[in-house]
Design a protein around this ligand. Sequence first.
Ligand SMILES: Nc1nc2c(ncn2[C@@H]2O[C@H](COP(=O)(O)OP(=O)(O)OP(=O)(O)O)[C@@H](O)[C@H]2O)c(=O)[nH]1
Ligand SMILES: [Mg+2]
Length: 563
Amino acid sequence: MPPRCSPASAFFLPFLYPTLFRSLTRLSRPRLSTATPTSTPIIESKSRTDASTSGDAIPPSRLNPPPDDYSVSSFADKARITIQAGGGGHGCISFLREAFLANGPANGGDGGHGGNVYIQAVEGENSLHKLSRRRIIRAGRGKTGQGSNRGGARGEDVIIQVPIGTIVREIERIDPMVAENKRYREAREKELAYEKLVREAEAAARASEEADASERDTFRLNIELPDPPEHANAHKFVLYPGMSSNERRNLSLPRLSSRERLYTQPEPSIHLDLSVASPRPILLAAGGLGGLGNPHFVSKDRPRPLFATKGEAAVRMQLELELKLLADVGLVGLPNAGKSTLLRALTRSRARVGSWAFTTLQPNIGTVVLDNHKGRPIVKPRPSGHTSPSHSIIRDATLGSIVVSHQPGQLRIGQAPEPRKRFTIADIPGLIEGAHLDKGLGIEFLRHVERASVLAFVIDLTAGDAVKALKALWTEVGLYAYMREDEEREREANLPESTTQPTGLHIAAKPWFVIATKSDLPGTQENFKTLKRYLDAITDDQEPHPSDVEHAWTEDCVAIPDY
Ligand SMILES: Nc1nc2c(ncn2[C@@H]2O[C@H](COP(=O)(O)OP(=O)(O)OP(=O)(O)O)[C@@H](O)[C@H]2O)c(=O)[nH]1
Ligand SMILES: [Mg+2]
């Protein structure tokens, strides 16, 4: 009998069914570690295995969590969706029927309007993963009108809820009304040409009657007319199914006048940057109008209209959603630098921590609460008149306290903000050299720090020269900033500002500082001192900004040891 499990499939079993092998692995292998020899002894001493085997080892804690004490949430920062607004319901052809009233008046109800598709940025959402799985999002179709003048129900609206920081771009639009209007114009031209022919034929007939018998034949040729073209709006009508062939032949359809719309379809192409919570949903695709019931077409000559109009077809759009998380502080660092540990220390995040590179595979957001949930700030606001690198607060008798922001190239004056009660920190996967060329995992996630107000560079003091590491990180971030600006220019090729050269300043102008991790380990002091000297030199303009971007922010570059 052949073996039930081939050697190849046996090899894959631990990957396919990790839970079966987990307990076995824990017993046989103390800890998976690829840390450098310098960092290994202490990191290993913090591990859970050691804690269980030796008495003096650091016990598991929030910062030294057991392997399964982390939360993995589904995350997607890009989604491509198709939205379809609801079509209108058809109008109804109906007549009142009562005892002793065989041919009552028309009483067909109007069709319901189609539902709209809206988008809204809301607090509490932080991923597009739910949307990325939905291929098409449809609003409800309007219901068909009913007899006894009962209008059809309106189609249900759909509100797409997205996280704050989502950018919406329209890629493609199929608007049946555009095709419809084109078809109408062509059909109308044919109708007008035919009407002209009819007029000419009538004139020829009159002339023929007045002409001699010898000339009559030439006129007769002109009197023969082609078949009349179809009514320009014929396809917009629903006809009564029980119509006799005679009624069908003598049917004359009315001209349809344009109707007032409650919702106007936004012009192409939609581009939204939802960087704040939307107070109300934003319309993306308007539903089609419902058809008109047959009472709308009653006239003296046509007391019993045997037709109603169809509901309008609605617009369909393909959209690209891109999420740039709007954290206040973005952590940028090489793999294994301690970013997630820092996030766990500062917030209640349950980001995964591990002593190997690329532990974090998707961004984590943590919130630092400053007011202890009791309304009283636990971090005191800075004294008035204080000048921060990017803001100065000025006390003014009439204006109260005002803040002046010195962003490069702009001077913004506004009311001083309320003291913050909380702020958010984004931890992204580690960057490696060449991240801007899509090496490692970094490039995909750099867009999340792109919008952070402050960048915190996390540098591992045990992993070699800290200055070199900081320069390498800034180089990647700077090159990424150039790349993004180039991309943006290509996208907005028709806009006048597209002529500006990429400067990289949209990231390099942000305030930044360095957090030096693992400073509890021996032999890191010298590295920290060198880093500090380098940062002081940048602040004093003796050294250029580590990204080499001109006019980048260098006002107060500080390094903070984490211990
Ligand atoms: N001794 C010491 N170890 C630390 C410190 N900070 C982090 N570590 C350890 O460094 C290792 C890596 O920490 P992580 O927080 O996962 O590092 P990361 O930067 O998030 O790594 P990636 O997600 O792979 O980019 C873990 O084993 C931590 O226990 C520190 O201040 N001191
Ligand atoms: Mg991490």
